[in-house]
Design a protein around this ligand. Sequence first.
Ligand code: GLN
Length: 486
Amino acid sequence: MELYKKSAAELSDMLRKKECSAVEIAQSVFSRIEEVENKVDSYLTLCKNEALEKAKLVDKAFADGKELHPLAGIPIGIKDNISTKGIKTTCASKMLENYVPPFNATVVEKINSADMVITGKLNMDEFAMGSSTENSYFKLTKNPHDLERVPGGSSGGSAAAVAAGEAIVSLGSDTGGSIRQPSAFCGVVGLKPTYGSVSRYGLVAFASSLDQIGPLGRTVKDVAMLQSLICGYDRMDATSKEIGSPDFAKELKSNLSGLKIGIPKEYFGDGIDSGVKQSVMNAIKEMEKAGAAVKEISLPSTSYALNSYYIISSAEASSNLARFDGVKYGYRTPEYENLIDMYEKTRSEGFGDEVKRRIMLGTFVLSSGYYDAYYKKAKLLQKKISGEFSAAFENVDIIATPTVPSTAFKIGENIGDPIKMYTADICTVTINIAGLPAISVPCGFENNLPVGMQLIGNKFEEQTLLNAAFGYEQLVGGFKCLPEIV
Ligand code: GLN
């Protein structure tokens, strides 16, 4: 039995019916990793021994009649910017090549206490800056649907591993699209939760006011199960909110009748591939046939979102990344003449080009004389964009758009053109700017490459969002997430 092909929900059932063991599940996932990892390259660190040990403990607990969390025994891969005690956390950077955190992120604590089985740490763009995972210092991850193409980014390893059957579910982080965009490119489901609903404690900060950790899986239910586990208030994160302990998976409802879906015309204009547009429109039509009420809306400031995002995120990054100075963490240049020389060499050698570009941009927009012209304006735009979403949600329950303007591009195609690379986020950054939740679900194929539909919800309305995604998934009879890897 190829257990790696099953969803977390199916495996959870099978474990309880004693149709398989946690060790068998872990073995199946690791033999899949042995089979395809040399082609896909989604992992930076594998934790096979620890995973098998954990799976054994889960089996023992089941045998002892203990009641375990629904996700107990389910293999999960973790993006390499989420701190794991005793396991390297590199952020795909030379700067943190040998960094082993002395503590767990809150989400990892939750994963451990639910007895999930951590398979390893997943590749990403360096410090989560990028849209293709090509900015990793260590390796290139390939799209399991076409090995000549990128998996998207920055959580490219998290999406590729789930699509390739190298993990059942995974965690990513999303500052401007980094969960949703690779989910769309790899044909999996990815949720960016409302800002404040998942603790960021232990997530290596890129842009603290925009970063969110979120789940990826092959079904909406799996994503709902994992979101229920990781969400909730954490006193270690001052921006985390008290939201109780929702069980999103238990409350899933597939009935789309009466759901009001807004279609913002700005997300279907020039620059969006016609095939992508068509697939998303077809998906919306399906939902309409099932009883949803579709109406056109307008979010007029959308065209400013990318500028606003790159200014705010780079400003915060320049400040957050100041801590990597060769003193406190990670890499230090081997030869230097004095303290300033040590700082300069450490940072020049330790960071890659994209990270340096963001630090320079961020420092510039915060500098005296430019602060008002750039940073302040970007923050004003952020208010305007958020206000437009709030107004839209007075009339609709969810908003549907493409997740990305195109399907996965070829490796190397955009790497020399940062602006072109940044436009891959044009449909996703607004959501982080406004602090909203959004999910990407597969909605068809264009030239054999997956297309993603983005559904956006109002703040803390994850259940409405997951229900809509679930309703669509049920309509189309599930998603074809596992490609043949050739
Ligand atoms: N691609 C975007 C960027 O490079 C988003 C990254 C992210 O969400 N972490 O900033």
